[in-house]
Ligand binder design. Sequence first.
Ligand code: NAD
Length: 501
Amino acid sequence: MNDALIARDRASWELSAAALKIEGRAFIDGRYVAARSGRVFDDISPIDGKIIGQVARCEAADVDAAVAAARASFEAGAWRRSEPRQRKRVLLRFAELIRADIERLALLETLDVGKPIHNSINVDVPNCADCIAYYAEFADKLVDEIAATGPDDLALIRREPLGVIGAIVPWNYPLIISAWKIGPALLAGNSVVLKPAEQSPLGGIRLGELALEAGLPPGVLNVVPGFGEEAGKPLALHPDVDMISFTGSTEVGKLMMRYAGESNLKRVALELGGKSPHLVMADADLEQAAAAIAWGIYYNAGETCHAGSRLIVHEQVRAGLIDAIERVARTITLGHPFDPATQMGALIDSGHLKRVLAYIDSGIAEGAHVAFGGRQALRDSGGYYVEATVLDAVQPHMRVSREEIFGPVLAVSAFREHAEALQVANDTLYGLAAAVWTQDMNLAHRLSNALRAGTVWINSFDRSSLATPFGGFKQSGFGRDRSPHAIDKYVDLKTIWTAFH
Ligand code: NAD
């Protein structure tokens, strides 16, 4: 099926988009509902700045209804207390329905986010389905524990679901990041209220319906689209929500901690921003590094939390490496996301476009210079496109070196000594990811151990698997998505102690 989708041209996708019936209502207690206020907002596509459809503008009353439905389903126990193999069956079916719905989901994701349709088909939709299936498989394989006690005691250590999970997600990978949260939370027996980002609500709304169709009881997965302050905040402040699983900016992540403290001390897990460095030693394979560095910053137009946005390179190889990155960048086609040749699409909205361009200007004003790119592209489209860009001669104190740009902009600085490279790499608020490029494996491991980051790649970038935990050190957050470790976030441990008399 994917081959047929991959073979389609831009005109054919435009026809499908025009024929698409957009569902923008909230999904609460197993059915679509308008916001109680009746209010909607325009969902605008970054592809061309045009309105895709209207979406329910949920507020506190809608969040209350969704949380009440989630709580009622949790207490009723139709999901929580179901047989593990039943949970597995339903979640596997959910994954299959996501796969079967690839044409619509890919279209919604591309319309909402402006990413190339081929990425939505090859990466976003399959990864979303694979993640749900991955956690489904744990349902009948997890075992609880018996503690080592004296012979007259039996202490069972059991995992119990937390209750109602609020999942608040960003706009850059809406389907994948939603699945990273929904998968383990549902597997563990929780009920969920998902709040998609206001820029990209359509895929998440669709997931609610597919889960119901797969056999998830009504109320176990609810979706409330809306703005951060209006829908996200009441969810995070809600006294009947047991945990917030948040992915987004560090700034809003800090608010999540505050909301938890001001309400019911709900648990909080945070996947936040990044400013991930590549450390390239003089002996590195420059062609290999250039390809990974270019794709690591230009994939998804740089709107990736762990994008390799800083290049810290030995001064001997700096010029050669920048040339090699430019050669790769020239092969990455920027264009209309429905065009099959397009590999880099639009930025999420006009505000973000201005922000990314302002960062490039600030770099220049502080003394960096543009090695290539640096300009807005495809202006006539009405959408929000920026060229693949390298800023050279960046100093560690500059804003472009310290702040997350979240666009296709690589900041390059040079070093002479390894210690200096490490110091610059770690001199950041963030700690999501890093990469080390060298033929010297002793050095690679010494540097990897010293880097403060949740993932360190050696001679590679952005290789990933559902089997590996993903998340940050420092202000990139805490708690991990993916891997069996993610399940720990969505359960409490209960000890049940029996004494034999
Ligand atoms: P954001 O923090 O502005 O928004 C994220 C979500 O939070 C959205 O759903 C938004 O509506 C909601 N929100 C905003 N203000 C809120 C408030 N006051 N109360 C409750 N909810 C609120 O982030 P964004 O701009 O959508 O996404 C980009 C950011 O996400 C970047 O910093 C990026 O690095 C980060 N991100 C991190 C990861 C990761 O896994 N570490 C993955 C993807 C994106």
